[in-house]
Design a protein around this ligand. Structure first.
Ligand SMILES: [Zn+2]
Ligand SMILES: [Zn+2]
Length: 389
């Protein structure tokens, strides 16, 4: 199988060093000066044909020309880390207090650099491999900023592919699904203002906590009573803040959370009902309550043909029994959704083994996955951009 390719085995130690360097130097959102510099420096050493830097602030896009002309295929990795204090205890742990690569984007970037090295050497394809290193996947919708830069339109991308590691999937396994794959991801913020006062005189106050409680409970009925049970989503309230003392009714309360779903019409229903409930509670409780609803990224929808092509490439790397073509959709979010709205493509998951979960302070990308990721990218390019026989 393709994974036994000697050239890939040869470069794994170097790519592992790159991965660990990136892990030691986590940076957030669009603010990736060291990361982008590192990625661009490796691409220059590798000898790619074109490098575009500072795309959407710190994004890097490299082009490798195949042996002959042909279409272009985009391969996307994300580069940003998370504001989490690492407790993995690994030797290559974060050197920046408070930040860590807890989603494995260090691994994604390193594997794509490894693929660049293989593709720049072999050039065993007809067309252009466009390697996309994007900033701000974690809540900054960097993918949309990359699209808005207009670069991919100018390059005339024919297809685009993404890859994300997945804890608790065995190393050497791949999985994906057709259609909705990851959820639309929205954030919401609610500010409630009542009338504070002495806890012994609730009749002279307007209690924002009682209103917050009513909103919390009201939201639970949206998923059970308003949305199609076959197209459900979720509302998670993740923060409620109000008050400090035992004997004071506070003036204000605030609520935060996230909404996820796999269907855009469900998303519309949830947003509308949340507004109605907040406005209704404000009226019935006599508080001021304002809901701010922020749509971060749409549903990530894989395209059928590209799912089939991605699965074929993965099968060539690891064999039929290690590729799950019908993985259930997940309620995590991905801004790669914006790229899939403009170009046909698919995101595939690659096993990270028995690791801590994504966004967990003990998480670490599994270096054992590196050869599989490199092999998949290289095979996909050779398959999608075949040389004339
Ligand atoms: Zn993440
Ligand atoms: Zn991620």
């Amino acid at each position: 199988m393709y994974i036994k390719n000697n050239r890939i085995a040869d470069i794994v130690p170097e790519v592992t060093e790159w991965r660990r360097w990136l892990h030691r130097h986590p940076e957030l959102l669009f603010d990736l000066p060291e990361t982008a510099r590192f990625v661009a420096a490796r691409l220059r050493e590798i000898g790619v044909d074109e490098i575009h830097e500072n795309v959407a602030e710190t994004g890097v896009v490299a082009i490798i020309n195949g042996a002959t002309d042909g279409p272009s295929i985009g391969l996307r990795a994300d580069m940003d880390a998370l504001p989490i204090e690492e407790i993995s205890g690994v030797e290559h742990a974060s050197e920046t207090p408070g930040n860590m690569h807890a989603c494995g984007h260090d691994g994604h970037s390193a594997m794509l650099l490894g693929a660049a090295k293989v593709l720049a050497e072999t050039r065993n394809f007809a067309g252009k491999a466009v390697l996309i290193f994007q900033p701000a996947e974690e809540g900054g919708v960097g993918a949309k900023a990359m699209m808005d830069s207009g670069l991919f339109g100018r390059l005339g991308l024919n297809e685009i592919y993404g890859m994300h590691n997945m804890p608790n999937m065995a190393v050497g396994e791949f999985g994906l699904c057709d259609g909705p794959t990851l959820a639309a991801t929205d954030f919401f913020y609610i500010d409630i203002e009542g009338v504070g006062g002495h806890a012994s005189q609730p009749h002279k106050c307007v209690d924002p906590l009682a209103a917050a409680n009513a909103i919390y409970n009201g939201f639970q009925s949206i998923i059970t009573r308003n949305t199609d049970p076959a197209k459900n989503g979720l509302i998670s309230i993740t923060a409620m803040q109000a008050g400090e003392a035992n004997n004071v009714i506070p003036l204000t309360a605030s609520i935060k959370g996230t909404v996820r779903n796999l269907h855009e019409d469900t998303r519309d229903i949830i947003e509308r009902r949340m507004h109605e409930i907040v406005d209704g509670v404000a009226k019935s409780h006599g508080v001021k309550a304002v809901l701010q609803y922020e749509r971060l990224c749409p549903v990530t929808v894989n395209h059928s043909d590209q799912v089939a092509r991605a699965a074929e490439a993965a099968v060539k790397v690891v064999g039929e029994e290690k590729v799950d073509r019908e993985q259930p959709a997940r309620l995590g979010g991905e801004d790669f959704s914006y790229m899939l709205q403009e170009h046909p493509g698919a995101i595939i998951f690659i096993g990270n083994g028995d690791s801590a979960g994504l966004h967990h302070p003990e998480y670490d990308f599994n270096d054992e996955a590196i050869p599989y990721g490199i092999a998949y990218w290289a095979k996909l390019v050779e398959d999608r951009l075949p040389l004339a026989q």
